[in-house]
Design a protein around this ligand. Sequence first.
Ligand code: CTP
Ligand code: MG
Length: 173
Amino acid sequence: MLENLLQALIFIFPAYVANGAPVVGVKLIGRATPIDRGAKAWDGRRVLGDGKTIEGLIVGISSGAAVGLLILLRLPQLYRGVFEPLTLSAGTILGDIFGSFVKRRLGLKRGQPAPGLDQLGFVCFALALSIAVYGIPAWLDAATLISLLLITAFLHVGTNYLAYLLGLKREPY
Ligand code: CTP
Ligand code: MG
């Protein structure tokens, strides 16, 4: 049980990296090109908004995949293939983009909170995409999944607050 949770946390770690890296990456690069290029949807609001950039997408996917490869060196059995961390990272960014799309349609401005969606949308997409490609991972059972989601939500709140204190984020969530 605890062993499953530990496996789950290491397994999902590339998704955490892919979700967090854009915040730092965009700062370091010093350039931010919105994925939607400023385009508006049918409701007159931005499709995604300025918080979802091409630079963030590239930094997120590549750093998540890279960290996953490092994990693979140590734990060769954890993933079902060398591309699984890439799949998790792509799922993360996709989920994050989907989240912003939904937030804009609900009339929420860039950076406004959407409790639940902000903390768990990315990890649900990451997991769903890896299950779609590779099937259900061996560690996955109901209790482990619930624990993983709870821990992810707490970690998301904590790390975002830390990023805010460090001046990396404009909002503490
Ligand atoms: N970021 C980025 N590109 C991405 C994802 C994130 O550049 N694909 C950067 C942006 O600088 C963004 C920050 O990471 O402001 C924090 O990400 P997030 O909280 O997901 O974006 P928000 O600014 O809160 O925007 P939204 O309301 O759309 O979630
Ligand atoms: Mg946000």
